[in-house]
Design a protein around this ligand. Structure first.
Ligand SMILES: [Zn+2]
Length: 411
């Protein structure tokens, strides 16, 4: 068993201590060990503490000198659309010239344009592009991502995307959690109800039969799927044993947060328009909010979710990139930290907890990743800064020094 000793980190940010997501004031507890060290054996963390203690029993461990650097759990990005073909540069430019997301979609841009390109792409082409994306995540210090389908919108094309994700897991070291998002948009020529029927009676059974996803997601929004339709999809998925996530209350407050609470979802994502009642419903049902400030920023909007109210209400807040070609073309969790602190008034420590430990719990992996504690996987990143707050403070400059997954350096 190969072993590794990380020594003399200016700050070892452990996030240690809680066996559940952190709520309220706990979000600020990131468990810093100064001049910190960590012993890794067989891909798992064996010991964490001050460097002089770790140094006592090194055995044959390979030494990683982290002097002058921050060592943290790798980021866990709990909301991405990692597999798609092409990009949306045309939409980007139209938006820059003043058109809205909905206007651009009506004019042939938006999700549907990515759907056309993704349908036309072979599995090999999609895989090649997905590998590029996976490498971007690693370069930002992310070691686990959730990744959704949703740019196929036919049985075969949705399955194709999920199979690409399965293949990607074999070929890259980034850890990937798959989500079925067949109900991402209504394909041309079908009514929402006609398409809904295909999602429920054809796609979902195939997805679960082939064990292609752990979660089912839906885009519940005006012009996409309404509350009743979203409810139908999610309850069908639940019956088949999938856990639930949902894109809700992004552009309009349609009661999506309440739906996610009623149906027992794991997460409710976006929530830009969610009000106090929605927040109370999430709290009661212990649904974790996944906030995506990158998409608010990239759409040129200023309506960020009410993150402070959510923290004060005691929700296990999560931050994610929403990486996708249309509304949030960033794989960078440090960029999201910057937005969370400057636009949603999270403290840097709160943002770090939301993008590591809390995110891990939102993917049902809180017992394995998200903190640096004995028994957990040695998935961590080393950053070229001495104080963890610098990750949120300096923006637009990469600070990743190196990235380890299961104790192996991969970047
Ligand atoms: Zn999304």
């Amino acid at each position: 068993m190969s072993s590794l000793a990380v020594l003399h980190a200016s700050e070892l940010v452990t996030l240690s201590g809680s066996k559940r997501p952190r709520f309220g004031a706990e979000l600020s507890e990131v468990g810093i060990v100064r001049d910190g060290g960590m012993l890794v054996r067989g891909g798992k963390i064996e010991k964490v503490g001050p460097s002089d203690e770790i140094e006592k029993n090194l055995g044959d461990a390979e030494i990683v000198d982290a002097r002058g650097r921050v060592v943290m759990p790798g980021f866990v990005d709990a909301h991405t659309h990692l597999v798609f073909a092409g990009n949306r540069l045309g939409d980007f430019e139209r938006r820059a010239r003043g058109e809205t997301y909905e206007q651009i979609a009506k004019a042939g841009g938006g999700i549907c344009s990515t759907v056309e390109k993704t349908r036309a792409a072979s599995e090999a082409d999609l895989l090649a592009q997905a590998k590029t994306h996976a490498n971007w995540f690693l370069r930002c210090g992310t070691t686990t991502v959730e990744a959704k389908s949703g740019y196929g919108l036919t049985v075969e094309d949705e399955l194709k995307i999920l199979r690409v994700l399965r293949q990607l897991k074999e070929e890259v070291r980034l850890e990937i959690v798959s989500t079925f998002l067949g109900a991402h948009a209504v394909p041309k020529k079908l009514s929402p109800d006609e398409y809904l029927d295909i999602v429920i009676t054809e796609m979902l059974p195939r997805v679960t039969e082939e064990k292609l996803a752990e979660f089912c997601d839906v885009f519940c929004e005006r012009g996409y799927f309404d509350i009743d339709q979203a409810h139908k999809i999610l309850s069908a998925a639940k019956k088949l044993g999938l856990n639930l996530r949902g894109h809700v209350d992004q552009l309009t407050n349609s009661g999506g947060a309440k739906l996610m609470a009623e149906i027992g979802a794991t997460t409710a994502d976006h929530l830009e328009q969610t009000d106090g009642q929605g927040i109370a419903a999430l709290k009661k049902a212990k649904v974790q909010p996944v906030l995506l400030p990158g998409s608010v920023y990239a759409l040129g909007s200023s309506r960020y979710p009410r993150a402070r109210e959510m923290i004060e209400a005691g929700l296990g807040v999560v931050l994610a990139t929403d990486f996708n070609p249309g509304s949030s073309p960033t794989p960078s969790m440090p960029m999201v930290l910057s937005l969370a602190c400057t636009q949603m008034k999270l403290a840097p420590a709160e943002a770090i907890t939301a993008s590591t430990l809390n995110a891990a719990y939102s993917l049902n992996r809180g017992d394995k990743i998200g903190s640096l504690e004995p028994g957990k996987l040695a998935n961590f990143a080393i950053f070229d800064c001495e104080d963890y707050r610098e990750l949120a403070y300096w923006f637009g400059i990469p600070q990743t020094h190196s990235v380890y997954i299961k104790g192996e350096r991969i970047l």
